[in-house]
Design a protein. Structure first.
Length: 238
């Protein structure tokens, strides 16, 4: 009887210990977004939710889109990056709206238009290295500014803005907006020579991002792997 009593007490104590143990849920590295599978590089990413939209395709047909947003937290809880990815909600492709290939040049913005101005297909990469410069985002992407405000997100400054859009007349649709702490994209510089080439890693990251998004449309599961940032996350806020 005594032996049985202690066995029961041991089991009870074990159950109590488990119940009181702190729960630790590691951040996910993959999230579904429409027809795609968003895979994130290592880091403390936080899911910021999804939203559904629709645009009107040829003949008035409605194309369903889904947007998912994720944010990268630093060691001090600061926001170091925010990504918003939008894709077709399903694999049913109904054709894209007219004018989707619009990819105009812009002062102080690096623009790469792989379709050479095609009116029916977009393959457009845009990089604003100083996206946090005064009122630039408000003037060029008020929708993004309003979204940040609605989620009470203030990124570390300075940050860069990368936008990539891949849309075809067949109805494929992938767009990515990235706001990224410059310390993740730009090396520290010590002289003029290093300063002149300091922007290359950010452009290369944008090109890698564009390649990943472009490749995702050919994957059965829409696998879209966001490339790692070229430089490690800083230890603290600037």
């Amino acid at each position: 009887m005594i032996s049985k009593f202690w066995r029961v007490m041991s089991l009870a104590m074990a159950a109590l210990t488990v119940a009181c143990a702190p729960l630790s849920v590691p951040p996910k590295e993959e999230y579904p977004v429409g027809r795609a599978r968003l895979a994130l590089p290592p880091g403390a990413w936080q899911d910021l939710g999804t939203s559904n939209e629709s645009v009107t395709g040829p003949g008035g047909a409605s194309m369903g889109l889904q947007t998912r947003a994720v944010g990268l937290r630093g060691a001090q809880g600061d926001w170091q990056a925010v990504l918003r990815v939008q894709t077709n909600r399903t694999k049913d492709l109904l054709g894209s709206p007219a004018g989707v290939g619009h990819c105009p040049p812009q002062q102080d913005v690096t623009v790469e238009d792989a379709t050479a101005g095609s009116p029916v297909r977009a393959d457009c990469l845009r990089l604003k290295r100083w996206g946090s410069s005064a009122q630039w985002l408000e003037k060029n992407r008020p929708d993004l500014v309003e979204w940040l405000r609605s989620h009470q997100i203030a990124l570390n400054v300075p940050y860069s803005h990368v936008n990539y859009r891949y849309v075809t007349e067949a109805g494929v649709w992938v767009t990515v907006d990235a706001l990224v702490d410059q310390r993740l994209l730009r090396p520290k510089t010590r002289n003029n020579e290093e300063f002149l080439v300091a922007g290359r890693p950010a452009l290369q990251w944008g090109q890698d991002l564009a390649h990943a998004a472009r490749m995702s449309v050919g994957m059965m599961d829409g696998y879209l792997a966001i490339p790692p940032f070229p430089f490690p996350a800083p230890d603290s806020s600037p």
